[in-house]
Ligand binder design. Structure first.
Ligand code: GDP
Length: 296
């Protein structure tokens, strides 16, 4: 059973009755617990290291005010730093470009990419009153193309008619042309996912990106991803220039460590979170909520 960071720190710092500044030794003991809490929340090791160093810099010498215990003081520093690192940008999709605005959806297979594409389309249609066209570029998996068409119907948006034998880039170009002709505001391109990172996947997505010049490149990632989160996020960002991240399965047991890992290695905002299988299960990202979840 997980014990919250506050409890652990008040335990180890309880002997610390004097007031005044936190010493290097106090902070070192506290940081051991912080490090454990972050690793239990599945934050990637390299990110944990960077984070604890930042907290050390802020905490050593910090004056413990009368109204709080040293443990509460460290928890506050950790919490503030987590919220700052998770980012405070409004998690909104940027549509500020001439129509049709292309949004490229990328991510590993099974991450929830196709479902998330439909969720975002629904939101852009209902909330932002945009006319959205969906297109699946998954030429190797006809079932994935069908799935997107079914989801499009379900959320009441158009999907590009499926034409067999076209490459991903050809489909993407056809989608942009159809959007221009049909007066669409937004084209969402659901790229093919793979079980693991592979060069062919990246090359194909890069080609689609060059052909369509998307305004947003959204990386869809499973919040349950552990240490791999950094590898995935870095690979997609380096190759495709991710503009934002959507974390799925935040309704599950995940403690949200992947959010911190991905944000830390890419510097890109987490824009939205998926909170269920249904097409309305999409929410804005709230750094403070995730920080609480990570700290337990
Ligand atoms: P893709 O292969 O990345 O396109 O993944 P899919 O969109 O097909 O999703 C894979 C599975 O994850 C499906 O069963 C979805 O219903 C489910 N899924 C997607 N997003 C979420 C989410 O936020 N929460 C939960 N619980 N399930 C999700």
């Amino acid at each position: 059973m997980f014990e919250g960071l506050s409890d652990r720190l008040s335990g180890i710092l309880s002997g610390l009755t004097r007031r005044g500044a936190l010493t290097e030794a106090d902070v070192t003991a506290a940081l051991r617990e912080v490090r454990r809490a972050l690793l239990e929340a599945d934050v990637a090791l390299e990110v944990v290291r960077g984070f604890t160093e930042k907290v050390r810099e802020k905490a050593v010498g910090a004056v413990v005010v009368k109204s709080v215990t040293p443990g509460q003081m460290v928890v506050k520093i950790v919490n503030d730093e987590l919220v700052a690192m998770l980012g405070s940008e409004a998690g909104l999709i940027d549509l500020n470009a001439p129509a049709p605005v292309a949004i490229l959806m990328v991510g590993l297979q099974g991450s929830g990419k196709t479902t998330t594409t439909a969720k975002i389309a629904r939101r852009l249609t209902n909330r932002d009153k945009r006319k959205v066209l969906l297109a699946s570029l998954d030429t190797r998996r006809p079932a994935a193309m069908e799935q997107l068409a079914i989801l499009a119907k379900q959320v009441g948006v158009d999907s590009l008619p499926i034409v067999e034998g076209q490459s991903a880039v050809q489909i993407a170009r056809r989608a942009m042309d159809a959007a221009r002709l049909g007066g669409f505001d937004v084209v969402m391109l659901d790229t093919a996912g793979r079980i693991t990172l592979d060069e062919a996947l990246m090359a194909e997505a890069a080609e689609v990106k060059a052909a369509t010049k998307p305004h947003e490149v959204l990386l869809v990632a499973d919040a349950l991803t552990g240490q791999d989160a950094v590898v995935t996020a870095r690979a997609f960002d380096e190759r495709l220039g991710v503009t934002g991240i959507v974390l799925t399965r935040m309704d599950g047991d995940s403690r949200g460590g992947a959010a911190l890992s991905m944000r830390a290695v890419t510097g890109k905002p987490i824009k939205l979170v998926g909170t269920g299988e249904k097409v309305d299960a999409l929410e804005e990202f709230h750094p403070s909520r995730v920080a609480n979840r990570i700290l337990g």
